[in-house]
Design a protein. Structure first.
Length: 150
């Protein structure tokens, strides 16, 4: 597996509000720039289990399925690639959510991606940083603009 990248951001909302937005996978196309479609297969408790993403990030397009797992208190949300896709051999990721005393939440995003196509390490790391930075900023914007989940 490739090296992992990690980034964090502080969001002006409770941990529960942030977790609710992260767990609302069907709404991702409403607030992310690169996802065109999301189809969800759920666990019995209603949380997404298998999610098919159609990604269009300009030069990078892909369709892939991620399998999700959740900590009981939603302080951690993990996923992994169900099967290799056209662009990815493997993917593992997580969101770790820590509620802060001031009512904000620190979200740490960790991502490991092994691509099916050759890419120089420095370009791969730059792409990972851009993807993670955009994902965290879009999450922050969505949570703070809506005051939490809809």
């Amino acid at each position: 597996m490739a090296d992992s990248s990690t980034q964090s951001i502080t969001i002006g909302a409770s941990r529960e509000q942030v977790a609710a937005v992260i767990c609302d996978l069907p709404s991702y196309p409403e607030w992310t720039d690169t996802l065109q479609r999301v189809v969800v297969e759920e666990y019995a408790d209603g949380y997404a289990r298998r999610v098919r993403f159609t990604l269009d990030a300009g030069v990078l397009t892909d369709e892939y399925v991620l399998v999700y797992e959740y900590a009981k208190d939603l302080t951690r949300i993990d996923w992994h690639l169900a099967a290799p896709s056209r662009m990815q051999r493997a993917q593992r990721g997580s969101y770790d959510l820590v509620g802060n005393a001031d009512g904000t939440t620190t979200v740490t995003y960790t991502l490991e991606v092994e691509l099916s196509v050759a890419m120089l390490g420095m370009f791969r790391r730059k792409a990972e940083r851009m993807i993670m930075d955009a994902a965290l900023k879009q999450l922050k914007r969505r949570v703070e603009a809506s005051g939490g989940p809809r």
